[in-house]
Design a protein around this ligand. Structure first.
Ligand SMILES: Nc1ncnc2c1ncn2[C@@H]1O[C@H](COP(=O)(O)OP(=O)(O)OP(=O)(O)O)[C@@H](O)[C@H]1O
Ligand SMILES: [Mg+2]
Length: 365
C-alpha cells in the first residue's frame, strides 16, 4: 500500500508559516502534482513527506504506516521511508561518473554486476543519455545532470517518487520530450508520485490530480479537467491556462424570467445561473471559448482588435472597447488584422461566475 495521507500538516520557519493545515491524499499508483507560484510551499511539502523536515503539527502516513505524528510522537527518518527523490537542485556526486552515480544504490542493494550494467544502460536510454555513461557531472550541462538524476531515481525502483521541478533546467524542446518520457514511465511503473512544478502546462499534461497551492494553503485539488474547467476560486482560474483566463466584472439581471449576465455593452443569456440569482459577479471565460467574426453578427457586440499574435498552431487576438478587454484564441492563422472591427460571442456554457468579495465559485442552481 502506498497511499500517501497528509492530515492537518503545518510547518513554520521562524514563526512564518510555509505550509498551513494541509490535508491531502495521494491515492496509490496515482500521479499528483503540487502546483503554485514561487514561495507557496511546494518544496517544503515534499520535504515534509520525505522526512527531511519535521512538521509542527499533524500526521503523515503511507499505506498503514505512520511516518510522522505529533500526537503519537512518531518520526520515521528519511532513509527508512523507502522513497525516491529528485530535488530542485539535482545533487549528483561530483567525483563519480554517471554510471557510478546511478549504480551506487543498486550496489548497496547487492544486485549482480551484469544486472546493474544492464539497468544503467536501460535508464540512460530512457533519458536519452546513453553515450554519456562515463562522464563526470561537471562535464554535463545542467539539463543533462537533471536527466541523470531522473535516471538514478528510476533505477532504484522506489515505491514512491517525489520529484521537485525535475525538468526546470531543460530547454523547451527537451522538456516536452521528457514530459512524455515521465508520463510513459509512470504508466509503466505505476509508482505513486508527488511532483512539484510552478508550470501549469506541466501539471495539466502529467497529472492524475493537481493540488493548487497559494501561500502555504491548498486552494483546490482535482483532475486537470476540473481544475481547468471549474476552478473553485479566481486564484486557480488565473493561475491555470495560457493565455490567461478572461475576467469580466458585471451583474446578473433578470430579463423576461431568464438570467442575463451584463458587463458594459456585453450581454449573454446564462444557461445555468448561480443560486444567488442576481447582483454583482465576476465572470470568467477561457480565450478559446470566445467566437470572433470579421462580419457583423446580430446580438454580438463590436470590438476593435488591439493585437494579433500568430504562433503557428494558434493565434492570440486581443480585442477591446471602452472598459472591455478580452483575449481570444483561434486555431492556426487568421486574416483578422490589428485595428479591424470584429464581433464576438462568449460560449454561455463555459462561463463561470465568482463572488467578487470572496472570489469563490458560485455554484449553479
Ligand atoms: N529553511 C528555511 N528557512 C526559512 N524559511 C524557509 C526555509 N525553506 C523555505 N522557507 C520559506 O518557506 C516558504 C515556502 O518555501 P518553498 O521552498 O516551499 O517554496 P516553493 O513553493 O518550493 O517555491 P519555488 O517555486 O520558488 O521553489 C518561502 O516563503 C520560503 O522563503
Ligand atoms: Mg521549490
Amino acid at each position: 500500500m502506498s497511499r500517501i495521507v497528509l492530515d492537518g500538516i503545518s510547518k513554520s520557519y521562524s514563526g512564518i508559516p510555509a505550509v498551513r493545515d494541509f490535508n491531502l491524499i495521494v491515492d496509490e499508483r496515482k500521479f499528483l502534482t503540487l502546483l503554485g507560484p514561487s514561495g507557496c510551499g511546494k518544496t517544503t511539502t515534499l520535504r515534509l513527506i520525505a522526512g527531511l523536515e519535521e512538521p509542527d503539527a499533524g500526521e503523515i502516513s503511507i499505506g498503514d504506516r505512520v511516518l510522522y505524528s505529533r500526537e503519537k510522537g512518531v518520526f520515521v527518518p528519511p532513509e527508512k521511508r523507502g522513497l525516491g527523490l529528485i530535488f530542485q537542485s539535482y545533487a549528483l556526486w561530483p567525483h563519480m561518473t554517471v554510471r557510478k552515480n546511478i549504480s551506487l544504490a543498486l550496489e548497496q542493494k547487492r544486485l549482480p554486476k551484469a544486472e546493474i550494467r544492464k539497468k544503467v544502460g536501460e535508464v540512460l536510454e530512457k533519458v536519452q543519455l546513453a553515450e554519456y555513461v562515463d562522464r563526470f557531472p561537471s562535464e554535463l550541462s545542467g539539463g543533462q545532470q537533471q536527466r541523470v538524476a531522473v535516471a538514478r531515481m528510476i533505477a532504484a525502483e522506489p515505491v514512491i517518487f517525489l520529484m521537485d521541478e525535475p525538468l526546470s533546467n531543460l530547454d523547451a524542446m527537451l522538456r516536452v520530450d521528457m514530459r512524455a518520457e515521465l508520463k510513459h514511465l509512470h504508466h509503466e511503473l505505476e509508482a505513486t508520485t508527488v511532483y512539484v512544478t510552478h508550470d501549469q502546462v506541466e501539471a495539466l499534461t502529467l497529472s492524475d490530480r493537481i493540488a493548487v497551492m497559494d501561500r502555504g494553503e491548498l486552494r483546490q485539488v482535482g483532475t486537470p479537467e476540473e481544475i481547468y474547467k471549474k476552478p473553485e476560486d479566481l486564484f486557480v482560474a488565473r493561475f491555470v491556462g495560457s493565455p490567461r483566463i478572461n475576467t469580466l466584472e458585471g451583474r446578473l439581471i433578470s430579463v423576461n424570467g431568464r438570467t442575463h449576465f451584463q458587463s458594459g455593452q456585453l450581454e449573454v443569456i446564462v444557461d445555468r445561473p448561480p443560486r444567488q440569482g442576481s447582483g454583482k459577479v465576476i465572470a470568467t471565460v477561457r480565450p478559446e471559448d470566445i467566437s470572433i467574426s470579421k462580419e457583423k453578427k446580430d446580438g454580438w457586440p463590436r470590438l476593435c482588435v488591439y493585437s494579433v499574435l500568430p504562433a503557428g498552431s494558434e493565434t492570440i487576438i486581443a480585442v477591446q472597447r471602452d472598459d472591455l478587454s478580452l483575449t481570444v484564441k483561434v486555431n492556426g492563422f487568421t486574416d483578422i488584422r490589428m485595428d479591424d472591427n470584429v464581433w464576438i460571442d462568449l460560449s454561455a456554457e463555459s462561463i463561470n461566475f465568482y463572488n467578487p468579495e470572496t472570489e469563490a465559485l458560485l455554484t449553479p442552481e
